[in-house]
Ligand binder design. Structure first.
Ligand SMILES: [Zn+2]
Length: 344
């Protein structure tokens, strides 16, 4: 005979297992894409319709936090292995990273898992996820890490509040990027979904901005289903440059569909729209440089004042000229009246 306590233990274990199974199904049992509108994501992935979602527009009400010290990464220069695995998961192109790489400057040790990219298309080559005052950059690189102090692997950490940390690097068009080429030149070998290839390892540090001391920080989520709100975001202020040709290649080389599918689906515009920031704190590791905007505002202000003064002077002059013309005409009319009376 079971005691009441044992009975409830069995019930709760059973419910827990069921919840885990349905959770796994919801993680893997549904397809999703960017085409049909991201609003549908929350039907199968409830967190996508929840709070603390990413990306956000980085603008206004940003608080400087002196405690945000420069990001320190370990093993980024020399990952300690010969090869990375480059793969196409149907949503992005991904590089698997070794556990020798980690972030050492956060509250916990966050170990690298993978990096991937988001981009636009040829018609609209702006596909970053985070925006600065609604300015969208050409593309965005994400380096995903998990809290290895507290969790055994990234799968365990992914839904935990302090489970993940992502470094976000904005990409803009400029000079040729030789480090990016280490990924770029193998894209054609992972053109279709589920394809993967071994590529020579290279310094991931060179994909990051030169200095790692200026960044924005907020609490957000994965930007793809299941959208767990478990990410400590670091978005670097300084973008990294790739060439026009390199961006073009990223926008055209890959497909979301499997090899041999009758209608190949180009992998483009794989970025999520901005999410509500609500009352979330957005911190910066640096003080905004207000010199330039203030100088522009000052010059514009002077310009407007001068324009108003010129307008007033011209208006007054026009009025004076009109009045003096009236006086001349009046005097001429009086003179004419006088003459005619003499004539009569
Ligand atoms: Zn991403």
């Amino acid at each position: 005979m079971l005691s009441m306590r044992e009975f409830w233990n069995i019930v709760s274990i059973s419910l827990c297992v069921q919840a885990q199974i349905s959770q796994q199904l919801s993680d893997t049992g549904h397809t999703w894409n960017y085409d049909d509108g991201e609003n549908d994501w929350s039907k199968n992935y409830p967190f996508c319709g929840g709070t603390h979602q990413s990306p956000i527009d980085i603008y206004s009400n940003i608080k400087y936090d002196a405690a945000l010290t420069p990001i320190q990464v370990v093993g980024y220069d020399s990952p300690g292995i010969d090869h990375f695995t480059l793969s196409n998961d149907g949503h992005s192109v991904k590089v698997s990273l070794p556990a020798t790489m980690y972030i050492s400057s956060l509250k916990h040790k966050y170990t690298a898992v993978q990096l991937h990219l988001h981009w636009g298309d040829q018609k609209r080559p702006q596909g970053s996820e985070h925006t600065f005052n609604d300015r969208r950059f050409a593309a965005e690189l994400h380096i995903l890490h998990y809290n290895s102090d507290k969790y055994v692997d990234s799968q365990t950490a992914t839904a935990k509040e302090d489970g993940l940390a992502v470094l976000g690097i904005l990409l803009e068009v400029g000079s040729f990027n030789p480090t990016f080429e280490n990924i770029q030149k193998y894209l054609s070998q992972v053109a279709y979904k589920d394809q993967e290839v071994q590529i020579p390892a290279f310094s991931i540090r060179n994909l990051l901005p030169v200095t790692l001391n200026e960044y924005y920080r907020y609490n957000g989520s994965l930007t793809t289903p299941p959208c767990y709100p478990s990410v400590l975001w670091t978005v670097f202020r300084q973008p990294v440059k790739i060439s026009q040709e390199q961006l073009f290649s990223l926008e055209t080389a890959l497909f979301s569909s499997n090899v041999g599918d009758s209608i190949p689906q180009p992998m483009v515009n794989n970025f999520r729209q901005k999410q509500e920031r609500a009352k979330r704190e957005l911190l910066a590791s640096f003080k905004e440089d207000f010199t330039f905007p203030i100088a522009i505002a000052f010059i514009l202000g002077i310009f407007v004042i001068v324009a108003i003064i010129i307008y007033i002077i011209r208006k007054r002059r026009a009025r004076q000229q009109s009045e003096s013309r009236k006086r001349v005409m009046y005097a001429a009319a009086q003179k004419a009246e006088g003459t005619s009376s003499i004539e009569i």
